[in-house]
Design a protein around this ligand. Structure first.
Ligand code: 13P
Ligand code: SF4
Length: 342
């Protein structure tokens, strides 16, 4: 088993094994099976931009949804299906359940998690917050239900800067968790008084400044699009910094014919749909002396494979349950997030 380490908080994270590759025939047969099951169970498939292209295509073909974590949450809460199948990572399933407690929420596997969630256990985070009772606690959606329940606000990267500006306008001092890079980016943009938890996304953390500088020389006319979970030096090279949805929008609107993209390469499926005439180039993850563990594709998102998706109704260990008291507490900051963008 391979391990990743989040240095500042000293947590070792086991990385999952990649699912086995399928032949074209196997893929088609699983796809047909899943289509039938979704109808039979009155279920809808909701996929994140970082899942594999065949999962996103299946969500589209079956009247489901592909989007960022905020859009997934909103779509699930307002959809009439009895069962939501969340193809993404565990925090997305939990968010769907908290916003729609009467729905059955299933995931292909509950082992699909996130290094930000794993790197922010509730006990030390709670202690950190308790040491600064005068601060408003703002957490990223990539956290457990328990961490959300401890927070005043939940945000995604698409609204993080706006929410912090809003709170700053009210004179608030902030505790931000868990992503240090996104926290640094927001702090720089807004000048807000923020104390940062030191978590990181193992995928975005691997984008390399030197490699990106070299790519700029190779593709001098390309625009550089960067997700703010990337290191500050990489963000500094960007033409556009934004959430997944914002980067897709930029790929369409920018005049450039080539885009160097520093985020999970699963996004290329929707980005290429939005900008069919553009060449998309993944930003380098392995510079000199570096080893790439994720190679710009989240190992937990990759766990949402056709084979286990086809078993989603047969398993007995893949339903999302959230403790009712925790759910009630976590709903408050989550509702603030949803209401903020209404
Ligand atoms: P979005 O909130 O933009 O969907 O991103 C979620 C995520 O996991 C980014 O790495
Ligand atoms: Fe978490 Fe990073 Fe994977 Fe997004 S890409 S789910 S932040 S580990």
């Amino acid at each position: 088993m391979s391990l990743a380490k989040i240095p500042e908080i000293n947590i070792e994270i086991p990385l999952p094994k990649a699912p086995k590759a399928l032949s074209k025939d196997q893929q088609s047969s699983y796809i047909e099976k899943i289509k039938g099951l979704l109808i039979e169970h009155n279920a809808v498939l909701i996929a994140h931009y970082y899942t594999d292209p065949e999962i996103q295509a299946l969500a589209e073909e079956t009247g489901g949804f592909v989007g960022d974590s905020l859009e997934m949450a909103k779509f699930g809460a307002s959809h009439s299906a009895e069962t939501l199948i969340i193809a993404g990572v565990k925090f997305m399933g939990e968010t769907a359940k908290i916003l729609g407690p009467d729905k059955k929420v299933l995931m292909p596997t509950l082992e699909a998690t996130c290094s930000l969630d794993l790197g922010c256990p509730i006990e030390p985070f709670n202690e950190f917050c308790n040491q600064h009772p005068d601060r408003t606690v703002v957490v990223y959606a990539n956290t457990s239900a328990a961490v959300k329940a401890r927070a005043d606000w939940v945000v995604t990267s698409s609204i993080a800067v706006d929410v912090i500006e809003h709170l700053q306008g009210q004179g608030a001092k902030i505790i931000w968790g868990p992503d240090k890079h996104l926290g640094n980016y927001i702090q720089k943009k807004t000048g807000a008084d923020m104390l940062l938890w030191q978590g990181a996304c193992i995928v975005h953390d691997e984008f390399k400044f030197q490699g990106l500088e070299k790519a700029k020389v190779l593709y001098p006319d390309a625009a550089i699009l960067v997700h703010p979970e990337s290191p500050q030096k990489v963000v500094a090279l960007a033409d556009v910094v934004g959430s997944t949805s914002q980067l897709i929008k930029a790929s369409k609107e920018l005049p450039h014919k080539q885009m160097i993209v520093a985020t999970d390469k699963g996004i290329f499926y929707k980005m290429q749909q939005a900008a069919p005439d553009k060449e998309l180039i993944i930003a380098p993850t392995a510079g000199e002396g570096a080893t790439c563990r994720s190679c710009a594709h989240c190992p937990w998102m990759k766990m949402n494979a056709l084979e286990i998706l086809s078993e989603v109704f047969e398993k007995d260990d893949n339903e999302i349950f959230v403790d009712s008291e925790l759910s009630k507490q976590a709903l408050k900051p989550l509702k603030r997030m949803v209401d903020f963008v209404k």
